[in-house]
Design a protein around this ligand. Structure first.
Ligand code: MN
Length: 231
């Protein structure tokens, strides 16, 4: 049977060195650093992590050397950056125990959970879903991925973001309220994880606006970095 319309192209992310990682789903964790939860007006107690999703084709990849030019998105006057460690799932599973969770992680990257903060805030205030604020086109710029086979599973590493060369976010992934293993285990109780899933693990404090002309650069020590320019 022939396709009646052209099937969408698979979304792929380059792997450092060689290879392509095909993206199936994109999960994101909300408020996973205490100082960021506070800056968003929430109480950073260790309540269960919460999740939202972006479509796979929100991912746009950026190599370590290049600068990705992105159009300032429509329908917002307050686009925000959020630098995040991104987990790439290589082995599927459901109800994964915490002590087995890292075996399901193929590798890591650095991503930007770009947010139309004005829309997200209005939706939050009305108790409505966040898609318009979070799941828009090109809302998930992502670095080259690096296999855990090459770098291990980082437990402690600087995570940082600069806007136009000025430091805006700086923390350590050890500051995450829920660790990578705990996030994978928890998420797998609600969705069967499959190879190709990505998990954005939350952002530290210091989120802020981007305007056209800005260059945003983010990294996680030992994992990678990415640079985007909004035009
Ligand atoms: Mn985020």
């Amino acid at each position: 049977m022939a396709y009646v319309i052209e099937p969408p192209r698979p979304v792929v992310v380059p792997v450092l060195g060689d290879g392509l990682f095909p993206v199936r789903r994109v999960y994101c964790v909300g408020r996973n650093y205490a100082a960021h939860a506070r800056e968003m007006g929430a109480d950073p107690t260790r309540e269960a992590p919460f999740f939202f999703c972006k479509p796979a084709d929100a991912v746009v990849s950026v190599g370590p050397e290049g600068v990705l030019e992105l159009p300032y998105p429509v329908a917002t006057a307050n686009l925000h950056y959020e630098a995040e460690l991104v987990v790439a799932i290589g082995l599927g599973g459901a109800d994964i125990p915490v002590d087995e969770a890292l075996a399901h992680v193929w590798g890591y990257g650095v991503g930007l959970d770009m947010t139309r903060r004005d829309l997200q805030t209005a939706l939050k205030d009305k108790g409505r879903p966040w898609e318009l604020g979070k799941a828009f086109d090109r809302s998930a710029p992502l670095s080259t991925l690096v296999p855990a086979g090459a770098i291990g599973h980082p437990q402690r590493a600087a995570i940082w973001l600069e806007r136009n060369g000025e430091s805006r976010q700086r923390a350590d992934i050890a500051d995450m309220i829920w660790s990578v293993a705990e996030i994978v285990a928890h998420l797998s109780r609600y969705f069967r994880l499959e190879p190709g899933d990505l998990v954005f693990t939350g952002t530290p404090d210091g989120v802020g606006p981007v305007v056209a002309g800005d260059v945003v650069e983010a990294g996680v020590e030992g994992v990678g970095r990415l640079r985007v320019r909004y035009v």
